[in-house]
Design a protein around this ligand. Structure first.
Ligand SMILES: [Zn+2]
Length: 464
């Protein structure tokens, strides 16, 4: 039995309509984890579909309740062949965001697949049911073709990712022994360009905080008090202007990241960002100076004002407002010490005479992670994918956006490699979510080749 036979088998699986049928069954479960009363659907997705599917493949399946009472369960499924073989951990999430049923074009239902040209519409097609359906089907194809995998697998399916993965970290910390593996390989998120097979190995972190200035108790008539009372909106605007210049360069001491390791710089140099349908034009003069456009989104820290309010914008009064509030955040890369972000901001504000502005940070920030593009597993995965694709693989050291990848990379200590099967225009989290036929077909082949190669005995050795 050969690699080519496995690839032919996965092409048949797609061409016969089996992939569509399988995905359609999974899309039909209304696993909207960010809505109330979704518990039955979350459980049913595992009990009625994923568990029978994996059990047939010889997996032992266990569902664990979430350590957080208000969040969905975890499925851990394991298929063990031998102590002498490598173990791969893979992951997917079976929950989706709300369907927004009446907002889809042409009255499409989010709970059925509607095919229009290259696009397959449906909630969860891209995020994440389509992606783990591809990976599991590829696994099954390798198993059917070879009669065994040639490696051990642990599958983790989470049912609360769209709510910010409540309980994921605690669950993995409590069950570390279940997740002892050589490598983590999973799929979520977009390719860098639809036609470019892509891997990414981590993500920027995100650190949310609030700045608040309470200057007066209640508003005051601007005719009587203008010129006599400070305006908190103006003071807050000056505070912001002291933190970031008009071209997006961060001015808070210690908040910028200017060091890029060479391996990361080399990988980023090959990436083309932006372009494509429904995407905004890049403002090339915005952001960290002396960095390329791609370095700005993948290798720099960026500060955003997410919301800013003073007075009542819906009904402006002729008055001096009592307060101003800013919701800000920093997307940050590996190498940034997040425990210092608030103290550094406090120092900055104090030094610039903004002592009255109070700052608070949100709990549980998502941490930054990144596997070195020169890591043996990263190179091994790229080689396998390139063989199947017969072309270049885009290597993104870390996504610009954020993922709970620190659970796998830092807590479980695994080399983490993501092979995304979607694209930036997929309308994930919005009405009209879809995947592209061309990517699904290519992804089924890439993952089949990858799982095949894992069982061939030439994987990197585990660091002890
Ligand atoms: Zn999502």
């Amino acid at each position: 039995m050969s690699r080519d036979q496995a690839l032919a088998a996965i092409e048949d699986y797609y061409a016969s309509g089996s992939f569509e049928a399988q995905l359609a069954r999974r899309i039909y479960f209304k696993t909207e984890s960010n809505l109330p009363n979704c518990d039955d659907a979350l459980q049913a997705y595992l009990d009625d579909d994923i568990i029978p599917y994996l059990s047939d493949m010889g997996f032992t399946c266990n569902v664990y309740p979430n350590p957080r009472k208000d969040a969905g369960p975890f499925l851990v499924a394991q298929r063990f062949e031998s102590d002498d073989l490598p173990t791969v951990m893979t992951y997917g999430h079976g929950d989706v965001v709300a369907g927004y049923d009446d907002q889809w074009d042409n009255k499409m239902s989010p709970w059925h697949i509607t095919k229009v040209g290259q696009r397959w519409y449906g909630r969860g097609t891209a995020d994440n049911k389509g992606q783990h359906t591809i990976n599991l089907a590829a696994l099954k194809t390798v198993l059917d073709t070879r009669g065994k995998l040639g490696f051990n697998v642990t599958v983790l399916i989470e049912m609360g990712e769209e709510r910010g993965s409540p309980g994921l970290k605690d669950f993995c910390a409590a069950h570390k022994d279940l997740f002892d593996a050589d490598v983590f390989i999973a799929s979520d998120g977009p390719r860098i360009q639809p036609e470019n097979p892509t891997i990414f190995m981590g993500s920027r972190g995100v650190f949310n905080f609030t700045m608040r200035l309470d200057s007066h108790s209640g508003g005051h008539h601007s005719g009587n008090w203008g010129g006599l009372l400070t305006n908190p909106g103006v003071i807050m605007a000056h505070a912001l202007a002291s933190m970031i210049d008009r071209n997006g360069k961060i001015l808070v001491d210690g908040w910028r990241n200017t060091h890029i390791p060479n391996s990361v710089r080399d990988a980023i140099a090959k990436l083309e960002v932006g372009g494509g349908e429904n995407t905004p034009e890049i403002n090339s003069n915005w952001g960290e100076p002396d960095m390329t456009v791609a370095e700005r989104v993948f290798a720099s820290n960026t500060f955003e004002v997410r919301a800013f309010e003073t007075g009542n914008p819906k009904s402006p009064a002729n008055a001096i407002p009592p307060s101003a509030i800013v919701f800000g955040h920093l997307r940050y890369v590996v190498g940034t010490d997040i425990t210092q972000l608030m103290p550094l901001l406090r120092t900055h504000l104090d030094q610039n005479d903004f002592n009255d502005i109070k700052i608070t940070s949100e709990r549980d920030p998502m941490h930054a992670t990144r596997l070195d593009p020169n890591h043996p597993w990263a190179k091994w995965v790229v080689k396998s994918l390139a063989q199947t694709a017969d072309g270049e693989i885009s290597v993104v050291p870390n996504l610009g956006g954020s993922l709970p990848n620190d659970v796998f990379a830092d807590l479980l200590g695994l080399p983490t490699i993501w092979v995304p099967h979607s694209y930036a225009g997929c309308s994930q989290h919005a009405p009209n979510e879809h995947i592209l036929e061309s990517i699904s077909q290519s992804a089924l082949r890439l993952m089949t080749g990858l799982w095949w190669d894992l069982g061939e005995g030439s994987t990197p050795k585990k660091a002890s």
